[in-house]
Design a binder for this molecule. Sequence first.
Ligand SMILES: Cc1ncc(COP(=O)(O)O)c(C=O)c1O
Length: 474
Amino acid sequence: MHEPDWKSVLDAAHTASLEYLDSLPERPVVPSTVDYTAMRAALDRPPAAEGMDPAEVVTELARDLEPYLSAQASGRYFAFVVGGLHPASLGAEVLLAAWDQNASLFPTTPGVAVAEELAAQWLVGLLGLPAESSAGFVTGGQMATFTCLAAARHEVLRQVGWDVEADGLVGAPPITVVVKSGAHSTVLRALRFLGLGERALVSVACDDQDAMKPDALAEALRDVHGPTIVTLECGNVNTGSFDDFVAVADVVDAHRAAGNPTWVHVDGAVMLLAAAAPAMARHVAGLDRLDSWSTDGHKLLNVAYDCGIAICRNAAAHRAAMSVQAAYLDQGAEGRDPMDWNPEFSRRARGVGVYATLRALGTHGVAELVERTVRLARRFAGALTESGQAVVVNDVVSNQVLVRWLAPDGDHGRLADAVMAGVRAEGTAYFSGTTYRGERLMRISVSDWATDDEDVDRAVGALLRHARLAVAAS
Ligand SMILES: Cc1ncc(COP(=O)(O)O)c(C=O)c1O
């Protein structure tokens, strides 16, 4: 075996990583200048004929790339829905990189397979989901939704005697997919991947917080017969709202009782973790009556990118939709083969990051993390409302806040963009926008375990200052 100089390469990575992590509290949250040509020039170091020392490569890579990184784990990155980096996850990732396990089969790497199995079991327990549920670790919310909807497609067709894995969709009984209006784009994309189409949907009206109206669902299902898939949300990307799971479960029970095979999937990318927090109990009531749940490790749980989790009550359907056989593989041992629960074949053991982070946080720590991000979202909302310079548009029931900046000339959307751009250029914090019900607004997502009151106050200070500057300049 080649005997590489592991130490020098790890030392180089360790030094550069620590410098980066130490810089997080004060470095610009997103790069202050991104000059494409300069960035290309800094990184365009084509491989030489003879290659070079790995430690030197790592040192140069860190030096050349570091100025262009976003400080996603800084505590003041409030754009999109982006989690930070829990130290336990970082440690697990370093080990995973060193171990370099292809975590697809139990017999070839039993330890990480068992760690993933346990992480899945702990998470299902923590979320109060049915104990018989299966879970697969995928790359993110997108693929978690894809995986769950593949299981749904399998099961609703199986119940009418159709084997979609064997026979495909051509000639299959039609499936009606019911989504809420404004369903997240990843749900639509998953339906596209599954051959169910983005347009062949029934769309159900929502209330003013973008939660599905159960009456409208009942009304829509009246005209639906045969295999049915309904998708819901646990944490809307704009408002942070929760669908009414109890009411939907009641409506769906009646639909099923009328002879329609039905599966309800919940997109919980933003807030499935709320199910682990006692203070959020009323928002997640009824979640355990549904069929599948997708979520992200890399959002609120603060596991490193990339990590999503697909959970299905019906483990047999989950496995039937995902499993794969090949004569040259060593399958069917007593342990769980990870490749049976996700769409990847070769894969890294991303569930180990969940294992480590759950242990480090502890069950109370997970609940506290959820409750703290909600409290901090409300701190934002309170301070901005009190300023008189902005209005909070949504009911802040979770960790998302929608903000209208009040422009004296009435062009609130333009002011929102100016405020976000000013704060971003200053480097203090990062917020992203959205168009909600036709109006350009600023979004705040508090999803980083590192964010504290001081981060919020500092970000609010910057927002208000840039709002005053933008108004003065207009
Ligand atoms: C509601 C919702 N679903 C799904 C996703 C997709 O998750 P991922 O980016 O991990 O694929 C997101 C991402 O923000 C989201 O907000």
